[in-house]
Write a new protein. Structure first.
Length: 145
């Protein structure tokens, strides 16, 4: 197990993030499970995440999916950070304030320079809410732990 997986495992079920990343707090994200190339998180939908018709805003759902895919890439333990270069999202069902949704992110193809990733968001009853694929490219920015 590499140090990034160990790092995330320390975060499992914690109410507060153990590192400074305000977006994860804003998303009400909690890590549930992690292994190399895979991550599962839980998000609680808040009223500030809703669009004008009262359902989870697509941009917020896309951010959750992007975070899941980026975090899955982070678990590979590579020396540099990766940045999203494209993302395709399908919105299949809605969520409302108070809903707890579960997201899974995985690295489908860990290329040398480009990672192909996938993510899904599920309702508490297992219904698929949205899914995404993305490619992330290696940057020149070193990861400091």
């Amino acid at each position: 197990m590499n140090e990034r997986v160990t790092f995330y495992k320390k975060q499992i079920e914690k109410g507060e993030w153990l590192f400074d990343y305000p977006l994860m707090k804003w998303l009400n994200a909690r890590i549930i499970e992690v292994e190399e190339g895979f991550l599962k998180m839980e998000f609680k939908v808040e009223s500030y995440m809703l669009n004008p018709i009262g359902i989870l805003h697509g941009g917020i759902a896309s951010t959750m999916l992007d975070e899941l895919m980026g975090a899955a890439g982070f678990t590979l333990g590579r020396p540099v950070g990766y940045a999203t270069i494209n993302m395709n999202v399908d919105f299949l069902a809605s969520a409302k304030a108070g809903d707890v949704i579960v997201g899974e992110g995985r690295v489908a193809r860990p290329g040398k320079t480009v990672l192909h990733t996938e993510a899904k968001l599920f309702a508490a009853d297992g219904k698929l809410l949205s899914k995404a694929t993305s490619n992330l490219i290696a940057t020149a920015i070193p990861i400091k732990m």
